[in-house]
Design a protein around this ligand. Structure first.
Ligand SMILES: [Zn+2]
Length: 179
């Protein structure tokens, strides 16, 4: 299962394979990923587990990007404004990995996500016109937000619960929760 790197109902601004004319100069048959329209500073979450690689290409290409890879798959999350992880760090699905931005070669703030299938660490179908990148939208699960406690709706009959306090042995607080 792959999670969308953005919670809620993300806005796709450029789908996989679009605009071949724009990508031919890069040797691609079209857009090699998915673009999401998000304001700068939006928190980005790991779509799956893996080892992180942080690359900062400055004003070129993907700008500040995080690649998350295990033996079976690889995600590149690009044009970030900052990242909270370090090179070589083990990442788990749903971990916040940084914030979106407009670093690198981009006309404005958005999140670019490239997904590739790997076998024993080797990118598959490298000659598919997209250097192995695939459209993974049908396998990607949208998620509404990080936790039930803050984001569920509570009926009047649950009002009592909302004003209760629990010790750490009874309530698990998520230190990574964003504000
Ligand atoms: Zn893109």
């Amino acid at each position: 299962m792959i999670f969308c790197p953005l919670p809620g109902k993300p806005l796709v601004t450029q789908g996989f394979g679009q605009n071949p004319d724009m990508y031919t100069p890069f040797g691609l048959a079209g857009h090699n990923g998915i673009d999401f329209g998000v304001p700068e500073g939006t928190i980005i979450y790991a779509p799956h587990d893996g080892i992180a690689k942080v690359v900062d290409d400055g004003t070129n290409g993907y700008g500040l990007s995080v690649t998350i890879e295990d033996s079976k798959r690889q995600s590149v999350l690009a044009h970030l404004s900052k990242t909270t992880i370090t090179n070589g760090q083990t990442i788990y699905q749903g971990d916040p990995i940084g914030e979106s931005g407009k670093s690198g070669n981009t006309s404005g703030p958005h999140l670019h996500w490239t997904y590739k299938i790997l076998k024993n660490g080797v990118v598959q179908n490298k000659d598919n016109g997209f250097e192995g990148a695939v459209d993974v939208t049908e396998f990607t699960r949208l998620w509404l937000d990080q936790d039930l406690h803050f984001d569920a709706e509570f009926a009047d009959t649950a009002a009592e619960y909302l004003s209760m306090a629990f010790p750490a042995t009874q309530y698990l607080q998520n230190p990574a929760r964003h504000s």
